[in-house]
Design a protein. Structure first.
Length: 401
């Protein structure tokens, strides 16, 4: 096939243009190139008042921070609905070779005569005479990761290990509330129960819907006598970790909020622009965050909050941030700095003994303090058996107090 001069010229312009785009899309993995930045102060209210005590934090500053995240990052999380019901859809009292009691529970929420149903998978340890503490996984990966038959077992949700340690293992799939897909994310609670949110610049989107789903699971935990809802942890990995942090910030019923490799829009400081950036996450996943978040593409310094304040809003309840050393896209250092800065509230407002190291801790050397936990493990972007072991160790210490 012959290529004439005009075709060759067009091809050259196309190639140059794409090289330019590629160059623009390079991401920073060099700590020396992190820009200078100044973080908003969690201890100063919007009226300029210095926050010095728990009462002012709880009734003034914390609500301000939550509202700022609603308006600029995650969108509102509507609390209103007409009815919620719980139906036992399946049960096996001798699951896992007799070690566990499996319940598959359909949580149905009704609003304006329309309904959606969340399928909760719950394993409870047999032989316990008191209600079990529980970990809930917000699962965005393939359904087989939370297989209730246990024919497929994955470290992403090592339910057997949780049962062995005396914890209930719970999970739901985000598809039940908002599919993790830009074309179909509206089809569940957004179009069915809360269509008005889609018209709002600060309306709920995908991650907020997942948090909403976790809250409805907590509604069930509070009604199941075999579950100790006062000892419940919400866990998420990656995009699920962003949702778990937003869940814990919104809903004070969770004893522990745990994020794993949550990165940009999760635990990592946005202003560092290390690895994934606000622009990149909004471009790739425009359905995760509220529309207002687009204003901060290449404009992170204009944000009235940053992710350290999301962590601070969880205080005084326990928070855990986990990272992986090879997961530079999620900015492990930025996640740790956010935890360290954000948990000043635990120390300065609630007088809790929080003293994280000055530098990012060594690999596979967890830091488990009262109400604050952290580890960075070897390996890549994933939720592993090692991560779960640290989460359970931390919970053991917290609940023993």
């Amino acid at each position: 096939m012959k290529i004439n001069a005009l075709s060759l010229l067009i091809f050259c312009f196309f190639l140059i243009g794409n090289i330019s785009v590629i160059a623009q899309d390079e991401f920073n993995y060099d700590e020396s190139k992190v820009p200078a930045y100044s973080l908003p102060d969690p201890f100063v209210s919007q009226s300029g008042k210095i926050i010095t005590n728990a009462n002012t934090w709880e009734f003034v500053r914390r609500p301000e921070i939550i509202t700022l995240f609603e308006d600029h990052v995650y969108g509102q999380v509507p609390k209103d609905f007409d009815a919620i019901t719980f139906e036992l859809a399946g049960e096996d009292k001798s699951a896992m070779g007799g070690q566990a009691h499996l319940k598959e529970v359909d949580i149905t929420v009704t609003k304006n005569e329309k309904q959606i149903t969340i399928r909760l998978i719950l394993f409870l340890p047999n032989g316990q005479t008191t209600p079990s503490p529980v970990f809930l996984l917000i699962n965005h990966r393939n359904h087989e990761n939370i297989d209730p038959t246990r024919q497929v077992k994955m470290d992403f949700w090592p339910a057997e290990k949780l049962i062995e340690r005396g914890y209930a293992a719970a999970a739901f799939h985000v598809q039940d509330v908002s599919n993790d897909n830009k074309d179909t994310f509206k089809e569940d609670i957004l179009e069915t129960l809360y269509p008005e949110q889609l018209q709002m610049a600060n309306g709920m989107r995908g991650l907020g819907a997942w948090a909403w789903g976790a809250m409805r699971v907590m509604d069930y935990f509070e009604r199941d006598p075999q579950v100790d809802a006062s000892k419940a942890g919400v866990v998420g990995h990656s995009r699920g970790g962003k949702a778990s942090l937003w869940t814990g910030a919104q809903d004070t019923r969770w004893a522990i909020t745990l994020s794993n490799d949550s990165g940009c829009g999760g635990a990592a400081i946005s202003r560092r622009k290390f690895g994934e950036t606000v622009k990149r996450i909004n471009t790739n996943f425009p359905y995760w965050f509220t529309d207002n978040f687009d204003k901060y593409n290449d404009n992170e310094d204009a944000l009235p909050i940053d992710q350290h304040m999301l962590i601070s809003s969880i205080a005084p309840r326990a928070v855990y941030v986990a990272s992986a050393v090879e997961d530079e896209w999620a900015d492990p250092k930025g996640e740790f700095l956010s935890l360290k800065i954000g948990t000043r509230v635990y120390r300065d407002i609630f007088n809790l003994p929080v003293d994280l190291p000055a530098q990012l801790p060594a690999i596979n050397q967890p830091t488990h303090l009262p109400y604050v936990g952290h580890h960075i493990r070897e390996g890549k972007h994933n939720l592993t058996a090692y991560d779960w072991e640290q989460f359970m160790d931390f919970a053991d210490l917290l609940y023993a107090r």
